[in-house]
Design a protein around this ligand. Structure first.
Ligand code: HEM
Length: 137
């Protein structure tokens, strides 16, 4: 597959991954009764959009990374930092989907947890895009 296709997948994936993860976390941070069905609706968004979009972002990213890794990216500090932060971002997305699953099953999850996750995901996304575009080191 050509690089442009991987790039295209990368950006589409990032857009819907981060966009829906932050939107879902903000919506879930509002104190809402479980019976309203909002927990189940938000969980559907994470299953149908956020997780597949994350996989597209990864497929596109690795499609660009692997062919040029030893020649280019292995020597670039910004890419190492980006990869480390991405692991944290993917972990935070996993925490979000896990907490939503618990809430959608009727277990107690604090609204504050979702508010914090919205901040963590947003800040990580800003740091990663800054590293990828400015390549400061
Ligand atoms: C498994 C995950 C990821 C991998 C393996 C990966 C890898 C890559 C690679 C190899 C490039 C091409 C760099 C170049 O043009 O030389 C790239 C570009 C880019 N990535 Fe990622 N990436 C990942 C996730 C992310 C995430 C989560 C974000 C944003 C939150 C992101 C933002 C960007 C941006 C903005 C660019 C374009 C940089 C530019 O052309 O100026 N990436 N990525």
């Amino acid at each position: 597959m050509s690089m442009i296709v991987f790039r295209y997948l990368h950006f589409l994936g990032i857009t819907f991954w981060i966009g829906t993860a932050v939107a879902v976390a903000v919506a879930a941070s509002a104190p809402t009764p479980w019976e309203s069905g909002i927990a189940q609706a938000l969980r559907k968004v994470t299953l149908r959009v956020t997780t597949p979009a994350m996989l597209f972002a990864f497929a596109g990213g690795f499609g660009m990374l692997i062919p040029d890794f030893s020649e280019t990216y292995a020597k670039q500090g910004w890419m190492h930092a980006k990869l480390a932060l991405l692991l944290v971002l993917a972990g935070a997305t996993g925490v979000l989907t896990g907490k939503l699953r618990k809430w959608a099953e009727g277990q107690e999850v604090s609204a504050k947890t979702f508010g914090r996750l919205a901040w963590v995901i947003s800040i990580l996304a800003v740091l990663i895009v800054t590293l990828a575009v400015l390549r400061p080191f």
